[in-house]
Design a binder for this molecule. Sequence first.
Ligand code: IPE
Length: 277
Amino acid sequence: MSRGRKSDARTNAVILKIGGSVLTDKNRESTARPEQIRRIAAEIGAARASRLVLVHGAGSFGHHQAKEFGLKEGLNGQSIRGIMPTHNAVRSLSDMIIGELYACGVYAAPVHPLSSCTLKNGRIAHICMDVIEQMLASGIVPVLHGDVAMDTARGIDVLSGDQLVVYLAEALGAEKAGIGTNVDGVYGGVRTDVSGEGTKDFKVIHAITPSNLGEVKESLSGSGGVDVTGGMYGKIMELAELAKAGIPSFVFNAEKPGNVARFLRGEPIEGTVISGD
Ligand code: IPE
């Protein structure tokens, strides 16, 4: 990555992503988990974090639509019809989150990637950082999310919240990034039972650094574990890049009450830290 870390004195931005599986019922199209959204908004409000950028996943507000219209195939006669159904779905989730944040005294505002970001072959080429920086300078929490986005090579593609986290953290020279998921951290180890019931054989890896990254990669991409850890592998590869730029990230369970607030306050938190040393 070439964006590098800013040497700006205001380098205390924090990027927090909450995964779609925490905020929505992934098995039921466009079904939110309002009690989770409310609790997380309350924790963000109570932590009084300054210079926070919130990113959220789409969960069942977007993945179903993106699949139905084949958005990963690039722009064609079928996928073009799916742009607004997909965007509208994830935007409605974003509206709910922003509404709850407001109710908790957090002034948040949307920065929808469809309208503010371009990709090239699925990777972020540009984000309107001036809008985000101005919001941060004004005490407003920018809220971004996984979205369908314009792609200069493919026409359109699906942008994940994880990619947004890494880009924003680097562009803002963030202090740290947090990935709130529905598991206790990054699991590694040998999975002996491939029936789908064997996750108990995994253990949380508490720290990922350049010295154990190779080993972690191997255990995450191990044949039996692909269905469980496929998403996590991509995340870790992105976060390891961020660690190289000197920005640590934390993967933790955002379903456990108190964890989001603990992360924002810089308190010890159960999970996985990915850092450069
Ligand atoms: C996906 O975003 C975006 C769309 C499908 C439109 P993410 O990849 O960040 O969402 P989650 O966290 O997996 O739900």
